[in-house]
Write a protein that binds this ligand. Structure first.
Ligand code: ATP
Length: 362
């Protein structure tokens, strides 16, 4: 077990005009035993960060410390870290048992009997004891990933690094394996960094999530902090499905003017926003849009374009003039395409971002 600190991490690839800054001054601290999810769109630098921790990439600048001690410059095998990959990376000619034993045989001075016992105990804990004599080609994707996880677990490392380990599995198995992985991590209490591009996976799995974009850390916090108090427009749009709606507005005192409507802020809220900041983006989550009976302060007319019934709720695509919005309403609310509605955005649910910098101002 160990605390992991990433301090000012920079990773550049290439030189001169071809240079890519894959990781740009990232600071992340992970407490001993915590599960941190690194999440962000393709190419944001998640895998490179993970590979720097594992020692598979050389760090350009910054430090990575395990329990306060720098591991930069150490060989991967000397870092006490086990990595689980998307493609399982099992040795095809070895049985599951041999795959799980191999690392311990090579790096520990445990006896054959001791290794056997560790492998069997781990296989039992993971419910894969029946698979031990099978080769990878005889196993399903989910079974192969369990063996790959088992191989990481038997090493009893200080840290697990997982790079999209569930993305080759079908949707149903992925959901089951998410829960299994979480239970396993809680049982083992091993510090874990888990990479995914899937915000649902991040929201449901992480004690904390770190959101990256363009190599830069955007926000780090609990899933609900990132959901309810996004620090910028990128995080607000990335976390949550369907995504937050964004509407460009110009502020004049307490009034927010959109091409299609005006919205009145309370004095208290308006006072909190810097008076110089007039060009804003109003953000509202689909589930926070309220349907109202008729014209009332801060209510606007919208036309229903498409409805998507989900059972317990319905996603409704709406037009407010030319502006497209999505509202999520209770499943028993019946609305039809073409219908005109009145809707409002409760003030305590709206987010406001500086239109230029994207930084949250409310
Ligand atoms: P994905 O979800 O698609 O795997 P990612 O967030 O893990 O993306 P990285 O693989 O870390 O992103 O890549 C970050 C950036 O660094 C990308 O622009 C990528 O093209 C670049 N990059 C990664 N590895 C190398 C390399 N070995 N040489 C040059 N550029 C690289």
């Amino acid at each position: 077990m160990a605390a992991l600190d990433i301090d000012g991490l920079v990773k550049r690839f290439g030189t001169g005009g071809d240079e890519i800054v894959a990781v740009d001054d990232v600071d992340v601290s992970i407490d001993d035993g915590d599960f941190l999810v690194l999440v962000g769109p393709s190419g944001c630098g998640k895998s490179t960060t993970l590979r720097c921790i594992a020692g598979l990439e050389e760090v350009t600048e910054g430090d990575i410390r395990l329990d306060g001690e720098s591991i930069v410059g150490r060989k991967p095998m000397d870092r006490d870290i086990a990595m689980v990959f998307q493609n399982y990376a099992l040795y095809p000619h070895m049985t599951a048992r041999e795959n799980m034993s191999f690392g311990l045989k090579m790096t520990s001075d445990l006896s054959k009997g001791e290794i056997e016992e560790i492998v069997e105990d781990t296989a039992r804990m993971m419910g894969i004891e029946d698979l031990l004599e099978k080769k990878p080609r005889e196993l399903s994707g989910g079974q192969q990933q369990r063996v790959a996880l088992g191989r990481a677990i038997v090493r009893d490392p200080a840290v697990f690094l997982m790079d999209e380990p569930l993305s080759n599995l079908d949707a149903k198995l992925r959901t089951t394996m998410r829960t299994e992985l979480q239970n396993l991590q809680q049982k083992l209490e091993t510090t874990t960094v888990y990479v995914t591009h899937d915000q649902t996976e991040a929201m449901t799995m992480g004690d904390r999530i770190a959101i990256l974009n363009g190599g830069k850390l955007q926000q780090i916090g609990t899933p609900l902090e990132c959901y309810h108090q996004p620090t910028n427009q990128f995080v607000a749009g990335f976390i949550g499905a369907p995504s937050m709606n964004f509407l460009e507005v110009t502020r004049e005192g307490t009034r927010l003017d959109h091409a299609e409507f005006s919205y009145r802020l309370s004095e208290a809220t308006a006072e909190r926003i810097d008076s110089e900041t007039t060009e804003l983006v109003l953000g509202i989550r689909p589930e926070d849009i309220e349907l109202v009976d008729g014209e009332e302060p801060n209510a606007f007319r919208a036309t229903v374009d498409v409805t998507e019934p989900m059972g317990d709720s319905t996603h409704v695509s709406l037009s407010i003039g030319d502006q497209q919005c999505t509202a999520t309403v209770d499943g028993d609310v019946i609305v039809s395409p073409g219908e005109e509605l009145w809707l409002t955005f409760p003030e305590d649910r709206i987010h406001l971002f500086d239109a230029e910098s994207g930084v949250a101002v409310k």
